[in-house]
Design a protein around this ligand. Structure first.
Ligand SMILES: [Zn+2]
Length: 257
């Protein structure tokens, strides 16, 4: 089956940056049927709130992946919304015009329901970006992790910006609670990454979100691709739905040929 992985970190805490490592990753992906990887960047290398210079470095590194393997890696522009409208718009524009990146990646600088997200949505509209937001059910995290957006926070963002397509990351992290929070929002997609497979969860997501709004993501190298692909292939859903999750939903969402 054809596969696009919408959630990868080819370089992770500085590991994987050498050309031979990148070539090996592409070869490994191709052997599993992965035709493209969306590269989200080495997002936590400088901690949760990188400054403008650090973001530029990380986004340039993502662009290098695209240059080395054009047509394989697709970059997303990593942003820190707390840097304000001017910085957000500048970096979003640079990544769109210089690199042709397809989306914006947001991690844990702030919560998805914060006011500063207005700038990010403005950038998404201006440059036609999809927005991938780190999300996790923080029920058992304690009160000091407000910046780890809960599924309800990411759903809030999608609900208030129906003209921007948003990916809620980490199906296994948001769990059943997250699926219910994402329900009924046509511009909100859930990727399958985050933790190892949980029996019945992919089926539950398809049942409540529909076959068009679930997309394959691994979060490699944190998770192993073959296991994550198996969670879709082994789900009790129609073959045509598996093909949508693994390939065509993301191809359509990001306008990949
Ligand atoms: Zn990730």
């Amino acid at each position: 089956m054809r596969i696009i992985d919408v959630h990868t970190h080819p370089i992770f805490f500085n590991v994987g940056r050498h050309e031979r490592e990148i070539n090996a990753l592409v070869a490994h992906g191709r052997a599993l049927g992965i035709e493209r990887m969306i590269a989200l960047g080495d997002v936590l290398r400088y901690g949760p709130r990188p400054d403008a210079a650090q973001l530029t470095r990380l986004n340039n590194e993502n662009a290098r992946l695209q240059r080395l393997h054009p047509g394989y890696f697709v970059g997303f522009c990593y942003l820190n919304p707390l840097l304000g409208e001017k910085a957000v718009m500048q970096e979003a524009e640079r990544c769109a015009t210089k690199f042709g990146f397809k989306g914006i990646k947001l991690e844990i600088a702030n919560n998805a329901s914060d006011a500063c997200m207005q700038h990010v949505m403005k950038a998404a509209r201006a440059f036609g970006y999809v927005v991938l937001q780190h999300s996790w059910s923080s029920t058992h995290f304690g009160p000091d992790l407000r910046d780890h957006s809960d599924p309800e926070d990411t759903a809030y963002l999608a609900r208030h910006h129906p003209d921007v397509n948003i990916i809620m990351a980490h199906l296994v992290g948001i769990g059943y609670r997250g699926v219910l929070a994402a329900k009924g929002l046509p511009n909100l997609y859930v990727d399958t990454s985050g933790g190892y497979p949980e029996d019945g969860l992919v089926e539950y997501a398809v049942e409540h979100l529909g076959a068009d709004n679930v997309i394959y993501g691994s979060d490699l190298p944190i998770r192993d691709s073959s296991t994550k692909i198996g969670s879709v292939l082994g789900a009790r859903i129609p073959e045509s739905t598996k093909a949508k999750i693994l390939f065509s939903n993301t191809a359509r969402l990001l306008n990949l040929n």
